[in-house]
Design a binder for this molecule. Structure first.
Ligand code: HEM
Length: 159
């Protein structure tokens, strides 16, 4: 086929609703820090043929546009409803996430199996839900001093 076959791998189909660019705002906090808000763009792309979705995220300060946290990685859903995600953060922290997805409810639940190169973070969970065409997520983390608590929540719309 011209330009190479652009096929959605069958393993990706249940999560194909993610593919595209999403933009929105979020709020962050933690017992040990002041709360803050941020702008965010998320991109999910499927290069075709392989059972993987590429993920990249960037965030910025709402008042100045100054860059904040960024991260990128790969999402690997399996036909049995499990999913594996690897993420590299701009802070140097890396995550291996394992979890499940529900294609009907459009909900993805991730729990860190490994958090590497982190000075404080012990554990990270991420839940993504699509409701009324809005992609929302909640990130919780545990640190060396604090048990698992919410750090981020955001809501994004597809561009
Ligand atoms: C603070 C981890 C994502 C903005 C922190 C702290 C940790 C952390 C460990 C310090 C908490 C403490 O001192 O007790 C993470 C992890 C993330 C993440 C694991 C992703 C899973 C983000 C994102 C943003 C952000 C997306 C911005 C949009 C901040 C800010 C602070 C903070 C503003 C407080 C100021 C500072 O210490 O720099 N985060 N963070 N974080 N985080 Fe995050």
């Amino acid at each position: 086929m011209e330009g190479g076959a652009r096929v959605v791998h069958p393993a990706i189909e249940p999560l194909s609703y993610l593919i595209g660019k999403w933009k929105g705002t979020g709020e962050g906090g933690f017992p040990t820090i002041s709360s803050f808000s941020y702008g965010e763009e998320l991109t999910f792309t499927h290069p075709g043929n392989k059972p993987v979705i590429a993920y990249s995220q960037k965030t910025w300060k709402l008042n100045s546009g100054e860059p904040m946290h960024a991260e990128s990685g790969y999402w690997r859903p399996k036909p049995d409803g499990t999913i594996e995600v690897v993420i590299a953060q701009s802070t140097g922290l890396v995550e291996i996430q394992k979890g499940t997805y529900d294609a009907e409810k459009k909900e993805i639940n991730l729990q860190s199996e490994l958090v590497g190169n982190a000075s404080k973070v012990k554990e990270i969970s991420r839940v993504f839900t699509l409701v009324n065409e809005e992609l929302t997520y909640v990130v919780e983390m545990a640190t060396n001093l604090t048990s698992r608590q919410p750090h981020l929540k955001a809501s994004l719309k597809k561009l």
